[in-house]
Design a binder for this molecule. Structure first.
Ligand code: HEC
Length: 275
């Protein structure tokens, strides 16, 4: 690609990132924008949102759940029960994000599925299960395909048992259909759905901004809940690694956005450069 065209595209990308990712409330998408500019394949969107989700999940699992348990915070599958003084397990954090996404005006959806799920609502079936079996054989590759029945492009990213806690909790759970998970197994797949084959950069950024707003909603819902505990953790700029504290929404998201924006920018620019 010619340098000046690349320069224009890179500048356009920077503008989009600024407008969509750093605005407090993303502006509604102008219909006219949808058909303008370059169109990128839906796999670019999937790679970006999978990376955004990895960053959020990793910070939540390592910095909040794992460190929090050491500092006296509790996490449970019944966390939404008023009488339970606990926060969401990582899988339930994701479930809450996916429910928040369903209520937003972007046509993207998310679910964490498995062939041996604790919750039968998370079972893969039909074509999805067939492709999931392939992913298990070549576990480091995500799969991208189209499902005619629901008219959706689908991306499945393998979800590995990366910690002993994954395996222990699942093997011991009263509802698990499988009791011999091992470290490193593909326990499931984070699955994303989107209706269109291509999108503009604006649409990608809009979707990322909406996904981020869902992470925020769920995290602040958890923070709010902790304030009803008998002994509420202090919310501010400290993390559970420092003691019985939780980072405020702003502190949590500053860390998340710095890491995620770098990744998103990298994927987007690599793709544009290759066009
Ligand atoms: C303390 C217990 C616990 C830990 C630790 C845990 N999980 Fe789970 N996980 C659950 C529960 C409970 C569900 C079902 C949630 C629901 O109702 O949707 C679940 C759901 C899932 C699902 C969706 C399919 C299913 O089983 O319903 C996958 C995939 C999954 N977990 C993978 C992991 C991985 C990978 C890790 C480690 C990084 C992990 N889990 C850590 C308890 C746990």
């Amino acid at each position: 690609m010619k340098n000046n065209k690349l320069f224009i595209l890179v500048s356009l990308t920077m503008v989009c990132l600024t407008v969509y990712l750093f605005a407090t409330a993303p502006p509604p998408l102008d219909d006219g924008l949808k058909k303008q500019g370059i169109q990128l394949p839906v796999s670019v969107l999937f790679n970006i949102i999978a990376e955004e989700n990895n960053v959020a999940r990793s910070i939540y699992t390592k910095e909040i759940v794992t460190q929090g348990k050491k500092s006296g915070l509790k996490f449970s599958e019944d966390w939404q029960d008023k009488t339970v003084e606990a926060g969401p397990l990582p899988a339930l954090f994701l479930r809450a994000v996916s429910q928040a996404l369903e209520r937003k005006p972007v046509p993207v959806s998310l679910f964490l599925g498995s062939d041996f799920p604790i919750s039968s609502a998370n079972a893969f079936d039909g074509q999805q299960n067939k492709i999931f079996q392939k992913i298990k054989r070549v576990p480091h590759k995500p799969a991208f395909f189209y499902t005619e029945g629901i008219k959706r492009h689908v991306a499945m990213f393998p979800d590995f048992a990366i910690a002993a806690a994954c395996v222990d909790c699942h093997n011991k759970h009263p509802d698990t259909p499988k009791k011999d998970w091992k470290l490193g197994d593909v326990m499931g797949a984070t699955t994303w759905l989107y209706p269109d084959e291509t999108l503009s950069i604006e649409e990608i950024m809009q979707t990322v901004a909406v996904l981020r707003s869902c992470f925020k909603e769920v995290y602040s819902g958890y923070l709010q809940k902790t304030q009803s505990f008998t002994s509420p953790p202090e919310i501010g700029d400290k993390w559970p690694a420092d003691g019985y504290y939780l980072p405020s929404e702003k502190v949590f998201f500053t860390r998340y956005e710095q890491q995620a924006s770098r990744e998103t920018m990298r994927i987007l620019l690599a793709k544009i450069h290759a066009q």
